[in-house]
Design a protein around this ligand. Structure first.
Ligand SMILES: Cc1cc2nc3c(=O)[nH]c(=O)nc-3n(C[C@H](O)[C@H](O)[C@H](O)COP(=O)(O)O)c2cc1C
Length: 168
């Protein structure tokens, strides 16, 4: 079962957790109450404005961005290795085309109106503090533009406070 986890005792390696294990960004649309999730392997954990925060980056064409913009809340769910295939599915198919959650082996649950997955091993509950689209003229290393943005679909960065951590 999940237990609330004090942020001071959170001793996970964020480079491994996000970069190698990946995460699901899950959010509920405030208007129509629909839920969607997408895989992410870029982002970070740290301190900003005196608060523990997560930052995530979402390209404008992702369906999930509408949900995150609507509620300004999302969860970050981390899973055991056996769910890697599921995370690949959530990272290659859009919720615009398929009901990914129903088609998956994951079970949606909610905590204070923020959806998350019962099968997660760690869940971070996040509230947006700041968002901004990356701007072309702000890239100091211009090779990043060529490599990652041939279609100029610059990510939006969201910096969100981490309000609660659940861990199994
Ligand atoms: C391993 C992996 C990591 C990904 N990381 C990100 C990311 O950090 N930001 C992003 O915008 N898309 C990322 N994606 C792509 C989205 O997960 C993918 O486009 C997804 O289908 C979007 O779903 P949606 O349209 O339902 O939101 C990643 C995909 C994979 C497989």
């Amino acid at each position: 079962m999940f237990k609330k986890f004090d942020i001071d005792n959170f001793n996970q390696n964020p480079f491994n957790l996000i970069g190698n294990e990946w995460m699901l960004i899950t959010s509920k649309n405030k208007q129509n109450k629909k839920v969607n999730a997408m895989t992410a392997s870029w982002g970070g954990l740290g301190i900003m404005w005196g608060k523990p925060v997560a930052f995530v980056v979402i390209r404008p064409q992702r369906y999930t961005i509408d949900f995150v913009n609507s509620s300004n809340k999302f969860s970050l769910c981390f899973f055991n290795e056996k769910y890697k295939k599921t995370l690949s599915y959530f990272g290659t198919v859009s919720g615009r085309d398929e009901d990914k959650i129903s088609n998956s082996d994951l079970t949606i649950v909610e905590n204070s109106d923020i959806p998350y997955f019962y099968e997660s091993k760690i869940v971070l509950f996040c509230s947006n503090l700041y968002k901004q689209k990356f701007e072309e003229n702000c890239f100091i290393d211009k090779q990043i533009i060529e490599k990652w943005y041939p279609n100029k679909d610059y990510h939006y960065i969201y910096i969100a406070s981490i309000n609660q951590i659940l861990q199994k």
